[in-house]
Design a protein around this ligand. Structure first.
Ligand SMILES: Cc1cc2nc3c(=O)[nH]c(=O)nc-3n(C[C@H](O)[C@H](O)[C@H](O)COP(=O)(O)O)c2cc1C
Length: 205
């Protein structure tokens, strides 16, 4: 089967790509609105962008051409927190994607506890095993639907003590969840360990 990319609508492309680019990690993003409301929503178009300074990025689409609350809030104060959910948080994470109006706080609705940010007013989710406080670095628009790639520089990482071992995350203890195509998720399967392939150490230019 061959599909010509420019024959597809945005909805068809979305359906295909979200089934092809799998499994995706999920950034559970908390932001603060201009009126002080805490907004939370999941984003699985999410990746590492830089090691020094540490930067991560999320791609935020639009709802009928209008920016999502997360994007509006980040542009308002240049701050966001990427929380990582474990298996126990799948249900509220999924529900937090519902399209609530800006004056509704998902945190209140889903009864999620928050903790104040260390380097910013934007709070993090208390039950998340990992949270990363990010300062907006750049926003780059892509394509014809108004999608924007938000890159944030990580200022503070909050990591549950039991997850850290010698500077590395114990992934099996983290029990992360990932997104597949459709409303489908997966948990960690068998972990296969291979002999490390020698890599040149990362250095500053
Ligand atoms: C697991 C999951 C991953 C999602 N990933 C994205 C994404 O990468 N980009 C995006 O624009 N929307 C994504 N969404 C949809 C948003 O979460 C949804 O549009 C949400 O209502 C946005 O909330 P907000 O308006 O409060 O920012 C995802 C939804 C789910 C359930």
């Amino acid at each position: 089967m061959k599909i010509l990319a420019d024959s597809m609508s945005p909805e068809q492309t979305y359906k295909l790509l979200t089934g092809i680019v799998v499994p995706r990690p999920i950034a559970w993003v908390s932001t603060l609105s201009a009126s002080g409301l805490i907004n939370v929503a999941p984003f699985s178009c999410y990746t590492i962008v830089s090691n020094m300074p540490p930067m991560i990025g999320i791609n935020i689409g639009r709802k009928a051409g209008i920016r999502k609350d997360t994007a509006t809030n980040i542009l308002g104060n240049n701050r966001f927190v990427v929380n990582i959910a474990d298996e126990t948080l799948l249900e509220p994470l999924h529900q937090s994607a519902a399209e609530y109006p800006p004056e509704v706080s998902e945190v209140q609705l889903l009864k999620l506890d928050t903790l104040p940010g260390e380097s910013m007013a934007t709070p993090r989710l208390a039950d998340a095993p990992i949270s990363m406080e990010c300062q907006l670095h750049s926003v780059t628009p892509y394509g014809d639907t108004g999608a924007e790639f938000f890159v944030g520089e990580i200022k503070v990482l909050h990591i549950r003590d039991s997850l850290l071992n010698n500077g590395k995350i114990e992934t099996t203890n983290l029990r992360p969840i990932c997104r597949l195509g459709g409303p489908n998720y997966a948990t960690l399967g068998e972990v296969v360990t291979l002999p490390a392939v020698l890599q040149t150490p990362k250095s500053v230019l």
